[in-house]
Design a protein around this ligand. Sequence first.
Ligand SMILES: C[S@@+](CC[C@H](N)C(=O)[O-])C[C@H]1O[C@@H](n2cnc3c(N)ncnc32)[C@H](O)[C@@H]1O
Length: 266
Amino acid sequence: MSGIYDDPWAYALACSFRDVAAETDAILRWCAAHGTAVRTVLELAAGPGEHAREFARRGLAATALDLNPVMCAFAEREAKAAGVAVEVVRDDMTRFDLGRRFDLIVTMLDSTSHLMTLDAFVAHLRRAAAHLAPGGLYVIEMSHPRDRLTDEPSVGTAWTVEADGVRASVRWGEPGDRLDPVTQIADDHVTMTITEGGATRVIRDVVPYRFWTATELDAAVRLAGGLEAVVRLGDFDDAVPLDAPDAWRMITVLRGQGAGAQPGIG
Ligand SMILES: C[S@@+](CC[C@H](N)C(=O)[O-])C[C@H]1O[C@@H](n2cnc3c(N)ncnc32)[C@H](O)[C@@H]1O
């Protein structure tokens, strides 16, 4: 069965509720506030590479990395169509070795939920640390923990988007998609109903989701080494801390410590 990540156009449409330009503004603002001059950016688990494309539009040298070849081909096509240069690399975010460092690395929209084990998360963080220039920042955007740990989620699991005469109703998760209390993994049932010119098609998928708590992420950062926590926010608006009532994301900004790991060393 072909899943939601094998249909990058549909995936991008489902996620088009985001304001990618505003998110990019916020990330660059954080870099400026922490004294990080950004010329090079690496987006990990980039999917369609929307943030990489937006960084490239702003004149930065942008690289997008994803494991799925279909996503990579789509990211390349979209960058070309937008008239911007984005280097697209097919690789695994726990194993990549690009042989150079970046001023900024980002992983957006909970893509670290595809790291299913602590070993995978630590390997991922070591690879990120090894690819950060001294003083460079690594921004990880995750869902707010409230969404999985309480009955009062900060975001809904159903929404509708419209673009260029196409309408899509998305359900990302069903009430029965509970975290396994031991593994912290849920099988998220995804249904996307796309209507275009009177024709309707439905994409169904089951996407495994590994929930990471804030304290687990802190511990993984310490285990990995080479990174230090800078700030944690609950929104792209800098004034919203993670524990604020209106917080709806968990955004962690880490700084590379520069010394030690080299891009080629695991
Ligand atoms: C939720 S999508 C997010 C895409 C993108 N970050 C965004 O903001 O739209 C998750 C992406 O992670 C990719 N992915 C999953 N496991 C990966 C891995 N081990 N290494 C690199 N990419 C991976 C999938 O192919 C998919 O494109």
